[in-house]
Design a protein around this ligand. Structure first.
Ligand SMILES: *Cc1c(COP(=O)(O)O)cnc(C)c1O
Length: 434
């Protein structure tokens, strides 16, 4: 065993050597040191604001839907670890990957039949884009290599995904000019239940029609735009995209990395609209938050297109493709989800968040409170004071990670009513102080 390090030593080394998401080097704000996690609670290595554990309001960025240290997922990981944690996927295959792929085909919209297992959400989006471009190239239409999306989106941090993130005010604004230039529609009008806006639908149709010759695909997050601004829109616009893409010969990609596996109240957000994409990306909750894994699913038509080209293969193959450990845990996580009335749990959390967040609407500086499925958002009329908002949440015994003007939560589905109330109180406190 290595020499134990004190919390103080760990934090000093962290600051000196370790990058954190969207962070400076050396680090500015000290992160909280987590020692272990169980159920919905993160146990801290040393008390902060008098709390030695925090209820996790973030599900580790949408992923830990069953909470931490779950016996079923632990068993799946241990069992697979004893067989093999990894083996290369070129020329070899194994039961965890095959089982997982078959299950994803079974539970996703019907036309999606083929699965590429990637190692992170961003990579799954890269693969989706490569699939679409290569499909058209193989069919003799190499000009079709641009993407269309709507503003306010987020698709990851590698190059192609960055090019379809919101170009203004988003995290990747810095890279305008260096990134591939994509086509942006206006952001979809807000509101899951709002009546569809005909003028906006016409705007989408017109743009897709006008650029059809150069468009490989339209890529969007269905129903919920996550890290681009936590906004919700009517599923009707997804039907408009589907129709316009079919009419003009453009592929449709749904990035369900955040929305997949029940978070919005449907197993996949596409189901709210009753449409199927040609390509779909999954990640985040795929392994229940245990290991990094993502998937790109496509239709037989997309795969056939690729297989008819001069290069009749999909030239992509990450070293850790199909990682057995991650695949085994993912399959167990999906079984666990489907073995329970997850829809009822999401609805219960939705009700708890609606009640618990309602008081925030009357706070000064709050622009809007919105809830959909197990997602609760308080939008301020100013940039969040991160330090103050985080401190306020921690004082309530809750972990939150606000960004921009948004204080939001997407709790694990196992979060009990008392803890949903506690998270809601913390969001309100953060909105008051932040
Ligand atoms: C998080 C996210 C990604 C990127 O996934 P990573 O695993 O962080 O690379 C892509 N798209 C959406 C919608 C996401 O929420």
């Amino acid at each position: 065993m290595p020499e134990p390090l004190t919390p103080g030593e760990l934090l000093a080394l962290d600051r000196q050597h370790v990058w954190h998401p969207y962070g400076p080097m050396p680090g500015k704000a000290a992160p909280l040191l987590v020692e272990s996690a169980s159920g919905v609670r993160l146990r801290l290595a040393e008390p902060v604001e008098g709390q030695d554990e925090l209820v996790d309001g973030m599900s580790s960025w949408w992923s830990a839907v069953h909470g931490y240290n779950h016996p079923v997922l632990n068993d799946a990981a241990h069992g697979q670890l004893e067989r093999m944690s990894h083996v290369m996927f070129g020329g070899l295959t194994h039961e965890p990957a095959v089982r997982l792929a078959k299950r994803l085909v079974d539970i996703s919209p019907e036309p999606l039949q083929h699965v590429f297992l990637a190692d992170s959400g961003s990579v799954s989006v890269e693969v989706a884009v490569k699939m679409c471009l290569q499909h058209w190239r193989s069919l003799g239409k190499p000009r079709k290599q641009r993407l269309l999306t709507w503003r306010g989106g987020y698709h990851g941090d590698t190059w192609q995904p960055m090019s379809v993130c919101d170009p203004d005010g988003g995290m990747h604004e810095l890279w305008q000019g260096a990134l591939p230039r994509q086509i942006f529609a206006d952001a979809p009008p807000a509101g899951f239940d709002a009546a569809p806006d005909e003028a906006y639908a016409a705007h989408l149709r017109e743009l897709i029609g006008r650029h059809a010759e150069e468009l490989a695909a339209v890529i969007v997050e269905p129903v919920v735009q996550g890290a681009g601004g936590m906004s919700f829109h009517s599923p009707a616009y997804l039907r408009v995209l589907r129709e316009a893409c079919d009419e003009h010969g453009v592929l449709l990609v749904f990035d369900e990395i955040a929305t997949g596996f029940g978070r919005t109240g449907a197993l996949f957000a596409a189901e709210h609209a009753g449409v199927a994409p040609d390509v779909m990306c999954l990640g985040k909750a795929l392994t229940g938050g245990y290991l990094t894994l993502a998937a790109t699913l496509c239709t037989t038509a997309v795969a056939d297109g690729i297989s008819h080209g001069a290069l009749p293969v999909l030239a992509h193959g990450p070293t850790f493709m199909g990682n057995p450990l991650a695949a085994a845990v993912a399959d167990a996580s999906i079984s666990l989800l489907l073995s329970q009335d997850w829809g009822q749990e999401v609805k219960r959390i939705e009700t708890g968040l609606r009640n618990g967040l309602a008081p925030a609407a009357d706070l000064p500086g709050v622009r809007e409170v919105r809830v959909l499925g197990a997602i609760g958002v308080v939008q301020l009329d100013h940039e969040v004071d991160m330090a103050a908002a985080t401190r306020a949440a921690v004082q309530e015994g809750v972990w939150l990670r606000p960004f921009r003007d948004l204080i939001y939560t997407m709790p694990p589905y196992i979060t009990g009513d008392d803890d949903v109330a506690r998270i809601s109180a913390a969001v309100c406190a953060a909105a008051r102080e932040g």
